[in-house]
Design a protein around this ligand. Structure first.
Ligand SMILES: *Cc1c(COP(=O)(O)O)cnc(C)c1O
Length: 343
């Protein structure tokens, strides 16, 4: 792999921290009455741009490509509380570009023009216009139509797919895989397992491709936030193979390198579950780390359940990739709010 061959913008000063979570380990060991594996966290919630998260890494490659093509406007798509849309808008500000969004109302009635969370930030970041469309709309066609409109006005739009999850965007997580392996070596911690949220798939697929490319031999588990296991595994495997090829990895990505758990979605994408709320509270109260309601809260619910089930042996080391998203918590006030005792 030779990532320096790809144009890249830099939106984060250095590597994100790789930390152990000792208080979370102690709490789980006390609850279970037995030793638990070492639990580590890769703090990709501390990436750059506005309240950065995993999309920051993808945008480094995607926006560099947009600039190389002479684009003046970024167009992308996401759900009504999309972190990806927030970070695309932020990258546009950073580059002096305009930003237009297509917002898919995946859950009917979920769009509120006065919503908090990411929606509030779309406005603050100066998004030029958001086009709200119902679930089931052909999103690519909607973005193409917007592009044609702007081109007719003499502008030049660059279209970024949902979640930034094409092969170029997923290179951001090949870079993360390399960064993680460097830190693992520097800090003297050899991981056995990695757990990460799996949505549009660029993050999971980039990690699979990158860790395969360096023969890391650690087991990656993607926690689905939306799709059913078989469909998600097929999608991730296909994208991982594309990314690996783009990055110059010769050996094919084995199907066995892709594993998805789909038992933590609950009633559907972005809809709260009790296990999500419990995970958000537990990470906040043991480690002072904010998870989000849509992705990392459900991924952490999966991590905690796999620990409880004994999926990882005591003495093994597990790294959880925190992909960000806490800005969305403010749009889920009624679900996550906890009363502070007052005197
Ligand atoms: C988009 C997102 C994910 C999922 O990443 P994909 O690459 O789309 O699978 C996970 N966590 C957060 C906070 C996100 O915004």
């Amino acid at each position: 792999m030779h990532l320096a061959r790809f144009p890249r913008r830099r939106y984060t000063a250095g590597p994100t921290p790789l930390d152990r979570m000792p208080h979370l380990e102690q709490r789980l060991a006390a609850d279970l009455g037995r030793p638990v594996p070492e639990l580590w966290i890769k703090r990709d919630d501390l990436l750059g741009l506005t309240a950065g998260g995993n999309k920051t890494r993808k945008l480094e490659f995607l926006v560099a490509d947009a600039l190389a093509q002479g684009a003046d406007t970024l167009i992308t798509v996401g759900a009504v509380q999309s972190n990806h849309c927030r970070l695309t808008a932020s990258a546009a500000v950073r580059e002096g570009m305009a930003c237009r969004l297509v917002l898919e109302e995946r859950v009917p009635g979920s769009f509120h023009a006065d919503a908090s969370g990411n929606h509030l930030l779309f406005g603050l970041l100066g998004v030029e216009r958001a086009h709200v469309v119902p679930a089931g709309t052909d999103l690519h066609a909607a973005m193409e139509a917007l592009t044609a409109d702007l081109d007719a006005q003499g502008r030049r739009a660059y279209l970024i797919p949902g979640g930034g999850s094409n092969a170029l965007g997923a290179l951001g997580y090949v870079a993360c895989a390399e960064e993680l392996m460097d830190q693992s070596f520097d800090q003297g911690v050899a991981f056995d397992h990695l757990v990460v949220a799996s949505g549009s798939g660029g993050t999971h697929a980039g990690l699979v491709a990158g860790l395969h490319g360096v023969n890391a031999n650690l087991q990656i588990t993607g926690i689905s936030v939306r799709a059913e296991r078989g469909a998600q595994e097929a999608k991730i495997h296909g994208l991982a193979q594309e990314v690996a090829t783009l990055a110059g990895v010769a050996a094919p990505v084995p199907q066995a390198a892709v594993a998805v758990e789909d038992g933590y979605v609950g009633p559907g994408y972005s809809l709260p579950t009790d296990a999500m709320v419990a995970a958000v509270r537990l990470f906040a109260r043991t480690e002072g780390i904010l998870l989000d309601p849509v992705y990392t809260g459900k991924a952490a619910a999966g991590l905690l359940d796999l620990v409880r089930q004994g999926r990882f042996a005591a003495g093994e080391r597990v790294v959880f990739v925190h992909t960000g998203g806490a800005a969305a918590l403010y749009a889920y006030r009624d679900v996550v709010a906890s009363q502070v005792p007052t005197a």
